[in-house]
Design a binder for this molecule. Structure first.
Ligand SMILES: NC(=O)c1ccc[n+]([C@@H]2O[C@H](COP(=O)([O-])OP(=O)(O)OC[C@H]3O[C@@H](n4cnc5c(N)ncnc54)[C@H](O)[C@@H]3O)[C@@H](O)[C@H]2O)c1
Length: 354
């Protein structure tokens, strides 16, 4: 049994009792210190926050990112850890480059993706290549060159489509309403299939809207929260589609990072999918919260643009009891504090994101 597996077994048996964050942090340091870990999409929003945490935990981190223009990859996200990681500017669509990168890794956090729903509708084949084909390619490369590696994949609540009931649990029907949702669903299912058929160690987290520092906020295609933050920092008007009463479940990026780490070292996560959640709020109330932090920000409601209305999912509320029960994860960062930290970050470093 490898060290990482043995220690993971220890954490699995003890994590229900680990209530104190400090205790978990110490356990995680023991688990990650010196471990070879690969993060795909590691220059992006969630990936770079994860990489920074892994560096703090003493992991030996390799980052793979294509740094494609207009996607979330940004070298500024990694500026102060650059000399502590190995960065490979590689496109996951290039299968030849992957074998070398996956060899010798003990854990792969597989975050690389095309995240814009609008772009997936305009250019479905690029979304297919990145979110579906490249995922199959990574898994197949691992099967051939490193079948014992642990892989944690970032899936999305988008795969549920328009909720048939709330809160949405992991058994909810999977009926995505856009191309991105279909390809992310396929990407997730490939990970589960490689567990079921080939016995590989894989796990998938279904993320909901994630916010925090280091997200691309330059354009409006990276999710509404990124664009609202842009408008707030610039003191511009936020345009709410419809009446603004649609509710979303927001998770701070630090909580997502914690979930990724816990999933990767806990054998109970193997072959499983888990919803993440956070704090529930209507877009109208979110705007009011932002205007407390940025007094210049205003909002107006406008009718849904037709292309947005067709792929909108309405209210979304996650049930995340499963990950709490199995991995002991709960979101810790309150929305108001999380938004304050986010706004502060962009006020300081906005030049690198706007
Ligand atoms: N942010 C959210 O609210 C959210 C919600 C649900 C799921 N997710 C998933 O989490 C993951 C990370 O999302 P994010 O918000 O950090 O997005 P992001 O755009 O900031 O990061 C994605 C990273 O992947 C890289 N990438 C894209 N295509 C690539 C390719 N072909 N080869 C190599 N690298 C490539 C990009 O350069 C970028 O750095 C994605 O898989 C996304 O689908 C995010």
């Amino acid at each position: 049994m490898r060290d990482v597996d043995r220690m993971a077994a220890d954490v699995s048996s003890s994590s229900p009792d680990l209530q104190e964050r400090g205790t978990i942090a110490t356990e995680l340091r023991d688990l990650f210190c010196g471990r070879p870990v690969l993060v795909t999409g590691g220059a992006g929003f969630i990936g770079s926050n994860l990489v920074r945490r892994l560096v703090c935990l003493g992991a030996r981190v390799t980052v793979v990112d294509s740094l494609l223009p207009d996607y979330g990859g940004n070298l500024f996200n990694l500026r102060d850890v650059r000399d502590q990681i190995w960065l490979s500017v590689t496109d996951m669509r290039d299968r030849n480059g992957l074998a070398y990168l996956v060899k010798g890794q003990e854990i792969i956090f597989n975050l690389a993706g095309q995240v814009s729903h609008e772009d997936s509708m305009r250019d479905p084949l690029t979304d297919l290549d990145i979110n579906c084909r490249s995922q199959a390619s990574l898994l197949e490369t691992c099967r051939q060159h490193n079948p014992d590696v642990r892989i944690v994949y970032t899936s999305t609540r988008q795969i549920y489509g328009r909720p048939k009931y709330l809160p949405v649990d992991e058994d909810h029907p999977l009926e995505p309403v856009d191309v991105n949702g279909i390809n992310k669903l396929a990407g997730e299912q490939y990970h589960l299939l490689y567990h079921q058929v080939h016995g590989m160690w894989t796990s998938a987290l279904r993320l909901t809207n994630t916010y925090g520092p280091r997200q691309l906020i330059r354009h409006a295609r990276q999710g509404f929260i990124a664009w609202f933050v842009n408008r707030a920092v610039r003191g511009e008007t936020i345009k709410l589609y419809g009446d603004g009463t649609q509710r979303r479940d927001l998770t701070h990026v630090d909580d997502v990072v914690e979930a990724l780490l816990l999933a990767s070292v806990n054998d109970a996560a193997n072959g499983q999918v888990f919803n993440l959640g956070g704090e529930l709020i209507s877009l109208l109330d979110l705007t009011a919260m932002l205007s407390q932090l940025c007094p210049d920000v205003r909002y107006e409601t406008i009718p849904f643009p037709e292309e947005r209305r067709k792929i909108d999912i309405g209210d979304y509320v996650a049930r995340w009891d499963k990950i709490r029960g199995v991995l002991g994860w709960t979101p810790r960062v309150g929305l108001c504090d999380g938004l304050r930290g986010t706004i502060d970050y962009y006020r300081r470093f906005g030049d690198h994101y706007l």
